[in-house]
Design a binder for this molecule. Sequence first.
Ligand SMILES: [Zn+2]
Ligand SMILES: [Zn+2]
Ligand SMILES: [Zn+2]
Length: 313
Amino acid sequence: MKDLIYIVLVFMLLSCSVKIENNDLINDNPFILVLGNAQDAGYPQIACTKECCQRVNDDPAHKRLVSSIALIDPISNESWIFDATPDFTEQTNILSKHLQNNKQLPDGIFLSHGHIGHYTGLMFLGREALGANNMPVYAMPRMYDYLSENGPWDQLVDLKNIRLKALRKDSTMVLNQRLSVSPIEVPHRDEYSETVGYLIKNMDKKIIFIPDIDKWSKWDRNIVDYIKSVDIALLDATFFKNDEIERDMNEVPHPYVEESMELFKDLSEQDKQKVYFIHFNHTNPLLIDDSDAQKKVLKNGFKIARQGNTINF
Ligand SMILES: [Zn+2]
Ligand SMILES: [Zn+2]
Ligand SMILES: [Zn+2]
């Protein structure tokens, strides 16, 4: 028995020193990894026979995963995913390549709202898939209740595959010594939950991530002031312009990229460079590399969130 305690102690000491060594070696700043940039339905979209999605059939390299980002802290080897999309399996795999020690999963998941592209990836944590053990899932009050009270999601809670953590609007969730996250409520079609964007802080550096919002003018805050006050702004760019889809676009309001660029046009060149457009509908030409739309965005001084890219802040 004494021997066993001795072995355990030696092992603990060894693993401690390995950890410290790694920490010394990896002294990087936290960064953002773009895990996907498509709207909820992904790219290509189901049953779309038009040119926008046929080009993916012709060349699968054009496929894009649903909008999601990861926050990675290389020093602590921790990470957090913002939104669990239907592409969650592939996205955790992309994330794992940026983690040490063969780590395969994030340390927590922040949910923005109850539309299909933003939470249904939680299903892969359940009994039919990973059977995760208490994965922390951060959610606002209505989203929290929705997951707790409705099948199949309540089974994830009952089986302790996920551990729900309650967020309050504008509250600050401290993740570690350097990183914290605050949910910022935004206007959106809130059928099942409220909708939030996230303000991510790394000491005095800040990122705002707003994948879905109805229109900038419906918000009680000023997006232009927000862009000035942060270092990076990843913003809803679902549609490039009006009449992009045949449906009544008032049913699915979003700021058109053309509207956003007009609204942001008086920002300094430096502030414009903070803006990354994300969350593209399958009809949005920003999904097509070197399209006229992409060239226009870049020429106007803004950026495009590209899947697999890292963003330092
Ligand atoms: Zn969405
Ligand atoms: Zn399409
Ligand atoms: Zn939505």
